[in-house]
Design a protein around this ligand. Structure first.
Ligand code: MRU
Length: 357
């Protein structure tokens, strides 16, 4: 398998088919989602994950819900609520469900209208991702020029590529674009414990696209920054508040602190759908997902017989806690790479750029 794909699509039977991201990088398999409950489960158990793709699946999830025989708009609200509550942090989920329900409120043909709107919503997100790619690659070029270098080392955390956002990703989109421009890019890939989205998904994506990369333990980034081995950090986000605070995969805040301490530019790449303009203080008010402790205590891998196994890596009776995200204060963010260009992580600047004034 070479190159890039879509993480989800409507298959020939007009059901939602998705890459099962829990099986990567060892197996490429897909799942077909035919009911609201299957859509909700796929989001909860992270068959699909990443803020953008969660929003995309939610939009198609409303279409899938409309397939329920004789469903009315009123009854559709019950299904929409189930989807909207499947995970708490990534605001793209709520954005997509609310947008679909708003678009469908006067519909006389729920099934076909929902399919049309879900496809349009996803095509729009794909266009935004391409814009982020261009604005981000311009920054990469600037840094190379300023540092008078021939190549660039970029650190990223979690997975914010095409597996996470239709079609190019967010944080990885500028990297793919930079490559297209012939720039020599090397990526430090944080493993991203406990679910290893970096080691399993980002490394898999970069391998598919032939991008040079090195997997590192999450605690290695600070040392590499001190050693001058990191020219830039780019991450995605699950929710950015009106004041520019950034919620992303647990561990991102620590990377921002290390980057700040070593004068390494720390960029966050996001589409407009990841802003939550109702939250003014993100550090205080962005809801943080708490997931099963087993994700910390067990690890999945492939053994010497090629069998995928899950193994316990802690004393069985030791408790663990598993916060899925943290919030990086706006003061540590060099800039937000958005579909509307680069923006300071600042209330007034964000309001201005996104016409909220
Ligand atoms: O728990 P996940 O895998 O859904 O978390 C994903 C992330 O934190 C990504 O960095 C984020 O969603 C950005 S991708 C748009």
């Amino acid at each position: 398998m070479q190159g890039k794909y879509r993480a989800l699509w409507l298959n020939d039977d007009e059901f939602l088919e998705v890459i099962d991201q829990t099986k990567l990088p060892f197996e490429y398999t897909t799942k077909v989602l035919k009911t609201t409950d299957e859509v909700v489960t796929a989001i909860k158990d992270m068959t699909v994950r990443g803020a953008g793709v969660i929003g995309s699946v939610a939009a198609f999830g409303i279409y899938i819900a409309c397939l329920k025989p004789n469903i009315t708009y009123e009854a559709l609200h019950v299904e929409a609520k189930k989807i909207r509550e499947s995970r708490p942090t990534a605001v793209n989920l709520m954005w997509a469900v609310d947008k679909m329900m708003e678009l469908l409120k006067d519909s006389n043909d729920l099934v076909n209208d929902a399919k049309k709107y879900a496809i349009e919503l996803n095509d729009d997100e794909a266009i935004e991702s391409q814009k982020i790619a261009k604005y981000g690659a311009d920054i990469i070029e600037d840094i190379i020029k300023k540092k008078n270098k021939k190549s660039i080392n970029i650190l990223t955390h979690c997975n914010a590529g095409w597996l996470a956002v239709i079609d190019e990703g967010t944080a990885l989109a500028p990297i793919y674009e930079a490559r297209k421009r012939g720039i020599d890019v090397h990526v430090w890939v944080d493993e991203t414990r406990p679910r290893n989205q970096g080691a399993s998904l980002t490394a898999w994506e970069l391998t598919q696209s032939g991008v040079s990369h090195t997997i590192i333990a999450d605690n290695t980034g600070g040392h590499l920054m001190q050693a001058g081995e990191v020219d830039m950090v780019i991450v995605g986000a699950d929710r950015v508040s009106a004041n520019g605070d950034v919620a992303n995969k647990i561990g991102t805040y620590l990377k921002a602190l290390a980057a700040n301490d070593n004068d390494v530019p720390f960029y966050v790449a996001i589409p407009a759908s990841t802003f939550d303009f109702d939250i003014i203080d993100g550090v205080k008010d962005i809801p943080i997902e708490l997931r099963s402790e087993d994700e910390v205590k067990y690890m999945r891998g492939v053994d010497s017989d090629g069998v995928v196994r899950e193994v316990l890596i802690t004393p069985k009776d030791s408790p663990a806690i598993n916060y899925g995200f943290d919030v990086t204060p706006a003061r540590l963010v060099t800039g937000l790479i958005t579909n509307k260009g680069v923006c300071e992580a600042d209330f007034d600047k964000i309001q201005e750029k996104f016409n909220k004034k």
